[in-house]
Ligand binder design. Sequence first.
Ligand code: SF4
Length: 307
Amino acid sequence: MKLDVQGLTVSFRIPGATVRAVTDASFQVRPGRCLALVGESGCGKSVLAHALLGLLPGNAEVSGSAVLDGELDLVAAAPAVLAKKVRGRRVGLIPQSPATHLTPVRTARAQLEEASRELGSAQRADELAERFGLRAGDLDRYPHELSGGMAQRVANAIALAGDPGLLLADEPTSGLDRPLVDTSMAVLRELCDEGRAVLLITHDLRAAERVADDIAVMYASRLVEIGPAADVLNRPRHPYAAGLVDAQPDRAFTPIPGMPPELTRLPGGCAFAPRCGRASAACASVPPLRGAACHHPLWEDPRAASA
Ligand code: SF4
């Protein structure tokens, strides 16, 4: 399944202000490939994922398009279409904090069987569980009896019950220790290699590195760099992307000075300018995204210049 997102913009009206959570995001997710959307907490990436599934609160205003397989625009689709034909069937959501996402008073089996039934899945709960390395006995546990890794596997099994072609994984490694992060990313890679398109939302660059073919970096509601994972991680062009990479413990471990702007008070030009050592007068206008959205990228990409 292919997802083509163009100009996706999401804002929320709150008393006395407008929260601009996603601004003019354009990208594609293709079958058999994983795009990781990375950025600091609060930059808008989870809002973007929820916008694709119609899971935003009533005060959200969404524009742009997100077209599945060239024929269904998720932004324009009616809520009933998203509920009955898209969520779980064509697009599966692997949630943040699976342990809290599961209903606490029902066993994993009951929740998995319900998902299979509702989605008309031919796969039995035990088959789905086995697929994700769970034993039959694990399914008869309540969520509080599951380890973080087991809860993650149950959430994966539920997300896959309807055999969706596109998976949205929203911070699936939150709260997991490093070995479990690695295991989760290996499972996600496997699902991708089976031909599914995967959009991974994460603030964990190491996790993204393990699974992603491509990486999109988000800052203050906008995508500021997008490209092959190896390029973005090893040779970033946007100063913010470079700062994000350098902030990793296994890199320079140097935090980016300053703080991101509030999404209610985004500046007119490049939102990174107050934190950027390369800022100039030109940065008072929003740079277009040509690989990197920057008037003075760290290096020029001839492919972007000719795009
Ligand atoms: Fe820095 Fe200007 Fe590039 Fe923004 S557009 S990241 S301020 S150089």
